[in-house]
Write a new protein. Structure first.
Length: 105
């Protein structure tokens, strides 16, 4: 697995976890909020490292698309948010686009 793929996977997992913690926090400045904020901050640092390793025109669509997919899945699994066929079709399209861009690397 390439360094870029590892950075991307780490970015998505850490950022999605941070967003999950922020969403499930009972208020600002509680433990969950601070953990979520910290994880999302670490995700930002990983994003910065990604920018040094990849061109912006490649890094941004891959990172943004991957995070959208991850948050859809977290929302469905952890918050019982609906995942309609339109969501699934969107996820498939996003993953197809990410694959096309990532293969270019």
């Amino acid at each position: 697995m390439s360094r870029n793929a590892v950075l991307l996977a780490l970015y998505v997992v850490v950022s999605a976890f941070g967003l999950f913690e922020l969403k499930s926090a009972n208020g600002t400045f509680g433990a969950k909020f601070l953990v979520g904020l910290g994880a999302y901050g670490v995700g930002f640092l990983i994003w910065y490292v990604m920018l040094t390793a990849m061109p912006l025109s490649v890094a941004f669509p891959i990172a943004a698309g991957s995070l959208i997919v991850a948050t859809q899945i977290v929302g469905y699994l952890m918050f019982s948010e609906p995942l309609a066929w339109a969501h699934i079709a969107g996820i498939v399209l996003i993953l197809s686009g990410i694959t096309v861009i990532f293969v270019r690397l």
